[in-house]
Design a binder for this molecule. Structure first.
Ligand SMILES: [Fe+2]
Ligand SMILES: [Fe+2]
Length: 259
């Protein structure tokens, strides 16, 4: 199977927007595939690891060159060196972003909820592409954050607002989508999960809501912690489906901590 043929199959069932970031960022689309890597980010480290493994292709969720549409306005030393590394590796890099999100069930949210082991139903909301998850069992923000540490490997999920009150309506704003504040303001929502948040606005709203006696909380998972499990699940499914070798490369969280 060629890279371009795999891309076509991966995109089945998605309602891709006309202007999409899901394009090949490097390499020859006609390349025959024997080894395919999957990762959240084409970091310098994941590219090096994929190259060492002998990857023909690397499927990534996020930008390689620090811009959503990969518009490079200045060839900085980092961009030049990274591009040289990628080109020298010959690996086909394909961004698989919109085609993960724009589906009946957002494939990133599916992976996150799958590895969190939550049972319930993911419903559409007008605010977030990922949706509103209605859990079969009430759960508190603290219990959810503990699961994130244990099952998603997030070092420090951060909670603003009510820690211990249990709720069933969990808004999923994985990554950095629009609509986080609107979902937090929505009466029917108990907990909002997001990758990144504007602290002075969104986290402080959750803190005040809880202080006023409302069952409302925000969990900030970090961008990678909030999306990588969608890619992890993709790799698992590809291993079952395809005859070429598939390997998931862990890029790790972007921050390290003093403790
Ligand atoms: Fe993202
Ligand atoms: Fe995403």
């Amino acid at each position: 199977m060629k890279a371009i043929e795999l891309i076509k199959e991966l995109n089945e069932g998605a309602s891709t927007p006309e202007r999409t970031c899901d394009t090949i960022k490097a390499g020859n689309p006609e390349r025959e595939l024997f080894k395919v890597g999957v990762t959240m980010f084409a970091t310098v480290d994941t590219v090096r690891q994929a190259k060492e493994w002998g990857a023909d292709m690397l499927i990534v969720h996020e930008p390689t060159y620090y811009d959503h549409m990969e518009v490079v306005t200045e060839e900085t030393p980092v961009i030049l060196a990274k591009r040289a590394l990628i080109e020298e590796s010959g690996i086909v890099i394909y961004r698989y972003h919109d085609n993960m999100h724009f589906r009946d069930v957002d494939a990133i949210a599916e992976g996150e909820l799958h590895y969190l082991g939550l049972q319930g139903k993911l419903e559409k909301t007008p605010y977030s592409a990922s949706g509103l998850f209605v859990s079969d069992t009430p759960i508190s923000a603290l219990e959810l954050a503990e699961r994130m540490k244990k099952d998603l490997g997030i070092a420090h999920p951060r909670i603003a607002g009510a820690r211990d009150a249990k709720g069933t309506h969990i808004a999923t704003c994985f990554g950095t989508p629009k609509g986080v504040f609107e979902l937090l303001c929505d009466d029917s929502v108990d907990i909002v999960l997001t990758g990144e948040a504007c602290e002075w606005k969104i986290a402080e709203y959750a803190r005040d809501a809880a202080a006023l006696g409302m069952n409302k909380s925000l969990i900030v998972m970090g961008h990678i912690g909030s999306e990588r499990d969608g890619m992890r699940l993709l790799a698992e499914r590809m291993k079952e489906k395809y005859s070429f070798e598939t390997r998931y490369f862990e890029c790790g969280e972007v921050y390290t901590y003093a403790e």
